[in-house]
Design a protein around this ligand. Sequence first.
Ligand SMILES: Cc1cc2nc3c(=O)[nH]c(=O)nc-3n(C[C@H](O)[C@H](O)[C@H](O)COP(=O)(O)OP(=O)(O)OC[C@H]3O[C@@H](n4cnc5c(N)ncnc54)[C@H](O)[C@@H]3O)c2cc1C
Length: 257
Amino acid sequence: MQKEKIVPAQKLVKTNNVEQSIDPLRDGISSLELVRVSGSDVDVVNAARVSYGKRIDKVDERDEKLIGFLMKHKHTSPFEHNQFSFRIKAPLFVARQWMRHRMNSYNEISYRYVKAPLEFYVPPKWRNQDVKNKQASVGSFDNDKFKQQYQQAIDNAVKTYEALLDQGLCRELARGLLPMCTYTQFIFTCNLHSLMNFLRLRLHAGAQYEIRMFAQALFVLAKPHFPISLGQWQKVFGDNLELDQDLFTEGFNKTAQ
Ligand SMILES: Cc1cc2nc3c(=O)[nH]c(=O)nc-3n(C[C@H](O)[C@H](O)[C@H](O)COP(=O)(O)OP(=O)(O)OC[C@H]3O[C@@H](n4cnc5c(N)ncnc54)[C@H](O)[C@@H]3O)c2cc1C
């Protein structure tokens, strides 16, 4: 498979309630916000060193080596004493892939309770189906006629959805005709162990481009809080992820100051 470059996530905002936010699909609609985080590399070390009744306040070189050892030998439980909460706005098909990761907590907007905001992901770059690898896409799909049909199908769905609601059809049935590219919102809470599992699977070149962009954004927002653990993670797993390391590091430096 051709090595695809991971491009840096572009948008980073700081507000009072939301620590940082990125637009992973760069369409002005998608978003990943880090709402809350607890714990640090110190907690990882303390969880490992409690076996010997020891406690530290600051990570030193020995502790860094210890974290590297834990990572390499899959001693994963010390990475569980912490928590991240993210608020995500993503197409439904990305959310479906995301929620297969069961060792996390989720809450999602309900289009039974509210009318769908009618925002849709229209890919800025279209890809062809790979004929050899059933789950992969390759190259560039250049057919303006069919791209227009994609947009028309969305427009028709919107028109019918609104007409049915106007006629009094319940939201829970009317939503059935919204396409998979409709945006949804959800809250995702995980610990670092589970986050690293997500990153390993969803930063892999075999994962769909769109969820890969979210995975990269997760990494960009999470790394400043666990620089040593995620640095070691990158050392152990980075080579298998077919990431463009320069761009990846560059993207991280540019956005997560
Ligand atoms: C490229 C790609 C393609 C995929 N294609 C498909 C597909 O075609 N169809 C499909 O259904 N899914 C597909 N998946 C989803 C995949 O099978 C996993 O459900 C998903 O990646 C979540 O991984 P996980 O189970 O490790 O994560 P989590 O659900 O967060 O689980 C974390 C870990 O906990 C343990 N665990 C969790 N639940 C159980 C359990 N019930 N029993 C024992 N141990 C458990 C496992 O060790 C697991 O690794 C795909 C995933 C990827 C990355």
